[in-house]
Design a protein. Structure first.
Length: 238
C-alpha cells in the first residue's frame, strides 16, 4: 500500500484530509507527524454523521511496525513521555494524538528517503486501559480498570465498600474537563442506598476519580485545577 493510497481506506475520507500531514524528512519541522483532526471520519457525513472516534495514541502505548518488502526495518515501538517514537534509521516521529492509520501514514512518509515505496503496517500491541480511581475511606483504595458500564456506587463496592469512618453522604466525583480543569460533583450515596433509588447515581467515564471523605466537606468548588485535587488524595494509599 502506497503512502498516498493509504488515505483511501479511512471511511471515504479524501486525501485532502492529510494535507497537513508530515513525517521525519517531510516538511519544515521534519519531526512533526499528522495533526489530529477529522481523519478518523468521526464527522464524515458519508458515515452518517457522528460516530465513536478511533483510538488515538498516548505515551506508553506500544505499536508494532512491519514492512512488506523490507523486514529488516520491522520494529516494536513505545510512545515516549514526550509523545515521540524513535524509528530505526529514520529518527523521531510524533505519535501522540494520532490514530493508528494516521501513524502508519506518518511512518511511511518518514521512510520515503530510505525505502522505495515503503509499505508499512502498524498494529497497536498494548495501550493504557480505561480506568477509574477510588480514594478515601473505602476498603481497598486504588486504581481499577473500567471494563464495563460502572456507576459510582458500583465503583465504591469494587474498591471494598465504605469503611466505618466513611462520610458516604458526601462522596465526591472528580471528572477531568481538560488538561488543567476538573469538574466536581457531590453525591449522597447514603440517601440513594437507603431509599433504594439509584436514579441519580452517575455512570463513570475513563479517568474519573472518586473520593470518600471521613468528615463533612463544608464547601467544594464546582471546578478545580488539577493540582488542587491532590489535597483530597493521599498518593501513598495506592
Amino acid at each position: 500500500m502506497r503512502a498516498q493510497e493509504g488515505t483511501k481506506d479511512l471511511g471515504g475520507v479524501n486525501e485532502s484530509s492529510y494535507s497537513g500531514l508530515t513525517g521525519a524528512g517531510v516538511g519544515a519541522d521534519k519531526l512533526t507527524a499528522a495533526k489530529p483532526g477529522g481523519a478518523d471520519g468521526s464527522e464524515n457525513p458519508l458515515l452518517g454523521g457522528h460516530r465513536h472516534p478511533l483510538y488515538r495514541l498516548h505515551p506508553s502505548d506500544v505499536v508494532e511496525v512491519t514492512f512488506t518488502v523490507a523486514p529488516e526495518f520491522n520494529q516494536t515501538l513505545t510512545v515516549q513521555p514526550d509523545g515521540y517514537v524513535m524509528l530505526k534509521d529514520a529518527g523521531p516521529v510524533e505519535a501522540q494524538g494520532l490514530t493508528v492509520p494516521e501513524f502508519s501514514h506518518a511512518v511511511q512518509a518518514a521512510y520515503q528517503g530510505y525505502l522505495h515505496d515503503p509499505e508499512a503496517a502498524v498494529v497497536l500491541k498494548d495501550f493504557e486501559r480505561p480506568y477509574f480511581v477510588v480514594g478515601g475511606k473505602v476498603g481497598k483504595p486504588g486504581k481499577y480498570e473500567l471494563r464495563s458500564d460502572t456507576t459510582v456506587a458500583e465503583a465504591v463496592e469494587i474498591a471494598g465498600g465504605f469503611t466505618a469512618e466513611a462520610k458516604h453522604s458526601q462522596v465526591v466525583l472528580f471528572r477531568r474537563v481538560d488538561e488543567d480543569l476538573v469538574e466536581t460533583r457531590v453525591l449522597n450515596l447514603k440517601k440513594m442506598l437507603k431509599e433504594n433509588s439509584l436514579k441519580e447515581d452517575v455512570h463513570l467515564r475513563a479517568g474519573d476519580l472518586i473520593f470518600v471523605p471521613q468528615s463533612t466537606i463544608s464547601k467544594i468548588a464546582r471546578f478545580m485545577s488539577k493540582p488542587s485535587v491532590s489535597m483530597y488524595i493521599n498518593p501513598y494509599q495506592f
